[in-house]
Design a protein around this ligand. Sequence first.
Ligand code: DCP
Ligand code: MG
Length: 391
Amino acid sequence: MGGKKESVQQLDDTYSASQDALSLLAENAELSDQDGRGVAFRRAAAVMKSLPEPVTSMTQLRGLPCLGEHSLRVIRDVLENGASREVESMKQSKQYKALKVLTGVFGVGAKTAARWIREGIHTLHQLRNSGHTLNRAQQAGLEHYDDLNQQVSKAEAEAIQQIVEEVVASVLPGAKVTLTGGFRRGKLMGHDVDFLITHPEEGKEVGLMSKVVSWLESQGFLLYQKTTRNSYLVSDDSPALPPSNMDRFERCLSIFKLAQDQPHRAKQLGALPLDTAEHRRGDSGLQTDQDSCSQRIQTPGGQEDTKPWRAVRVDLVVSPISQFAFAVLGWTGSKLFERELRRWAGQEKAMSLSSHALYDNKKRKYLQASSEEEIFAHLDLEFIPPSERNA
Ligand code: DCP
Ligand code: MG
């Protein structure tokens, strides 16, 4: 029996090794600003994840969708050699390492990172000494690099939820806060915490964001914030869809200062002053090359980490109640799930789905919905609960 167990374990390892390899290729494509390739590898990884049993032979993959020539080559390599040579060498490449380090700075995207790499900047040390003027987001990203590259736990997300609920209730009684993103899908870790805020009476939500942000700032909860205003306009005869997948809700991209090790006491720590930042974290949640790591550590005299708080990325989004169901659906993700859902709506139903609305292109009208269930029904789909949207 022991032998069987072992071989099953081995199979599972191979199984997840091919998923991991495909996910890494997807990541590398995204970091290299090749979104099309990224989506192709994400789809292939999702197909591998959805298989009911471990793959032992290539014949099992026959007829499966989304597995292109390249993905199949990678899977074969993993099956035959235990690892993909292409992925292993990519992981070791200077380009990949530099992309990973630089795009790990909040506010730095694939294009900026690629430009810097072309100028010979591969590490945070080189970036700091490059003389480049960084924008406010990037400065905050550099300053809180280690914290922001460390995953956020469910307990931390809940502590932040408590704070956000408290401030929202105090500035607009009756307003409702919903945890969205990966945590709504049941994930235990995330790269940030996403919230959607609405009020049951249409229009009451106007002006809410600025009050929430002012309150949070006055209490010392924000290390950084940038609020963008709602730019969504509904017109009667055309689907007012944004040009990209980006939605147009009023949105606050922020970095929270969360008291550490005391998530349950988060409430009382509201007035934690910002200038307690004399100690920097020395640990790193990200694998980077030694050079960039050592340059990042700024703990004076190499003390143990005594900083009583940590920086956490938080997104706040405000939606009018009439668009709330679409907003929840759009902000729950995953990104691949959203993409597939929109594709289904467009190709199978001739409808345009966004985080704001669902438009029926044949009937030339918007379809109303006050819950996610109603949206799935409009799309002729069975309801898929958030925990099953992790594709
Ligand atoms: N989203 C969107 N439009 C944006 C930003 C996000 O539609 N401009 C959606 C898709 C995401 C969800 O909102 O699935 C949350 O975005 P995140 O980037 O936070 O992704 P997750 O929460 O799914 O992952 P993580 O756990 O890494 O935060
Ligand atoms: Mg998220």
